[in-house]
Design a protein around this ligand. Structure first.
Ligand code: SAH
Ligand code: SF4
Ligand code: F3S
Length: 472
């Protein structure tokens, strides 16, 4: 079931052009104020969707004339692109912004900007307005493409800039882009979320679901592949509700037919919309990594109902077995929330048994964090925190055992991996098609290339391997 893309609110090209003009104006301001090239420090928190935004923010800053630094200590411009998914995420941002106060008192000209999901919340914007007077620019998720204008206003007037208004969300194409990696590309296919899972802040801070045009997505991917990108990651809070004039499986087939040696990944798939058509397409598409991130959240039907997830434990497990039938060896990963309001110990046991049945390659586990404005934040929650922590640890133990068994079962397998880094002891880190981390002895030229390795036997869930040179 997909939601109609009725409110496709594309930013007009004239507005993107206006931002290019601001970019040039900022360039002039910067060259008159700085003897050397000014440096920007940009840090992104949260999901890959936010990382993709961060790469556009960096693209705009680069075009304005900034170079980049990896520390706020010597930065002239600091930008935190924030995440609001759990309280802990917000606390980290506030902690780091607090530290900037001292740095700024020694570097008075430094500009501090905050954007992303946190600042889209009125409560947070207000708190920054009143308690963090040293923050110069605050903007929400719907006006990211207007960064050049905000920077210009800040340098021009010296006054604080706040742009955090509500919106159903927009699609901004043609924004400059500076990718963090030379071989892993993040490509949003849709923005926003209409699912309103009862615990989740995303629909409030990211607006309604809206899909990018297939032609725009395909061009972005063709260009990335042409530049040598080896892994194309298609992003959306629920890629299965992609609706840009074709559905997600159709888009996947189009991408698969682009020439070149690259892998396609996508995330996230919501189980309620993960159709057999999608799984069949994934099986057919040779470039689609046989890895499915399918967040289950809970193994108990009452809790799933309260979460507004709109599938049952049985439907989820059926989906898992269909997917594995179609793609033997498929790696499935998931997300789980422990200690949702009212979750009993017996209900938590259902989550444990689901995890045992599903045998996830890896699992992202979270303790429920109440988010203001969501339905779950108002639900009575009597389980003591210590009890939630105990459940979390038990789940970790169960998953750890499974990960150990899965890793042991990999010994002797020959796999094609994409290398990430080269470091101490000539160790290359890489990712398998199933998104498992693996380490082996290699050479400095390997990051960003595919290599064939053979997994070595071991007693850890961390895979080690040897380069497979025997039959070459
Ligand atoms: N769109 C994705 C999830 C994005 S958020 C999906 O529907 O699967 C990533 C993960 O954060 C979620 O899967 C969930 O496990 C976790 N999460 C979201 N809100 C949370 C909250 N309030 N407390 C704890 N974990 C949360
Ligand atoms: Fe949040 Fe649910 Fe949307 Fe995922 S599908 S972003 S969990 S509301
Ligand atoms: Fe966080 Fe916003 Fe992503 S809340 S998880 S950065 S959509």
């Amino acid at each position: 079931m997909s939601v109609q893309n009725t409110n496709k609110n594309i930013v007009p090209p004239s507005e993107i052009e206006r931002q290019r003009e601001y970019t040039e104006l900022v360039r002039t301001v910067l060259s008159s104020r700085f003897a050397d090239v000014p440096k920007a420090f940009v840090h992104t928190y949260g999901c890959q969707g936010n990382v993709a935004d961060g790469e556009r923010l960096k693209g705009m800053l680069r075009d304005m004339g900034f170079a980049f630094t990896d520390s706020p200590d010597n930065a002239d411009f600091v930008l935190y692109n924030t995440c609001a998914i759990r309280e802990h995420a917000e606390d980290r941002v506030f902690g780091n912004v607090g530290k900037l106060k001292n740095i700024k008192s020694a570097r008075r000209h430094m500009k501090i900007a905050l954007c992303g999901c946190m600042t889209q919340q009125e409560r947070v914007a207000e708190l920054i307005r009143t308690s963090y007077p040293f923050v110069d620019i605050v903007f929400g998720t719907h006006v990211t493409h207007r960064l050049p204008e905000f920077v210009y206003r800040s340098y021009g007037t010296g006054k604080r800039v706040f742009e955090t208004g509500e919106s159903g969300g927009v699609i901004a194409e043609g924004v400059p882009l500076s990718r963090d990696s030379g071989f892993r590309a993040w490509v949003p296919v849709m923005y926003g979320c209409d699912n309103f899972c009862s615990y989740c802040v995303v629909p409030y801070v990211r607006g309604r679901e809206r899909s990018r045009e297939p032609g725009v997505i395909l061009n972005e991917i063709r260009q990335a592949v042409g530049e040598g990108y080896k892994e194309i990651n298609l992003l959306g809070q629920n890629v299965n509700s992609y609706n840009g004039g074709m559905n997600f499986p159709a888009l996947l087939r189009e991408i698969n037919s682009i020439d070149g040696d690259f892998t396609i990944r996508f995330m996230t798939s919501h189980p309620k919309d993960c159709t057999r058509e999608l799984l069949d397409t994934m099986a057919d598409c040779e470039k689609a990594a046989k890895h499915l991130h399918l967040p289950v959240q809970s193994g108990n039907n009452r809790v799933l109902g309260e979460m507004n997830r709109r599938y049952t434990r049985e439907q989820y497990l059926e989906l898992v077995s269909y997917a594995r039938e179609k793609m033997p060896g498929l790696s499935i990963t998931s997300d789980i929330i422990v200690g949702f309001p009212g979750e009993t110990d017996t209900e938590f046991r259902d989550t444990l048994s689901l995890v045992e049945a599903a045998r996830f390659t890896s699992l992202f586990m979270f303790i429920f964090s109440p988010r203001e404005g969501t339905a779950a934040a108002k639900m009575p929650d009597e389980t003591p925190h210590a009890e939630k922590v105990a459940r979390f640890q038990e789940l970790e133990r169960v998953q750890h055992e499974i990960a150990l068994e899965l890793a042991a079962g990999m010994a002797g397998k020959r796999l094609r991996v994409l290398c990430d880094s080269f470091g101490d002891g000539d160790i290359v880190t890489a990712k398998t098609e199933g998104n498992m981390a693996v380490r082996f002895k290699g050479t400095p030229d390997m990051p960003g290339t595919f290599q064939e390795v053979v997994i070595e036997p071991g007693d850890s869930w961390k895979l080690t391997a040897a380069l497979d040179g025997c039959d070459k």
